[in-house]
Unconditional design. Sequence first.
Length: 57
Amino acid sequence: MKNEKMLHVHEAQRTKCIVYTRVMGYHRPVESFNIGKKGEHQERKFFLQKASKNYVA
């Protein structure tokens, strides 16, 4: 089944997903950003930072 057809068939089961991101120390929904900030958010690169071998808790 093609993606577009599958979306149409399951339209009643779908719900809106709100994406939050941390901005200036607090979380905000991305949908409330202006067009420039939305573009900046889409260009972000996500990564995982490994703990330092020298770190002692």
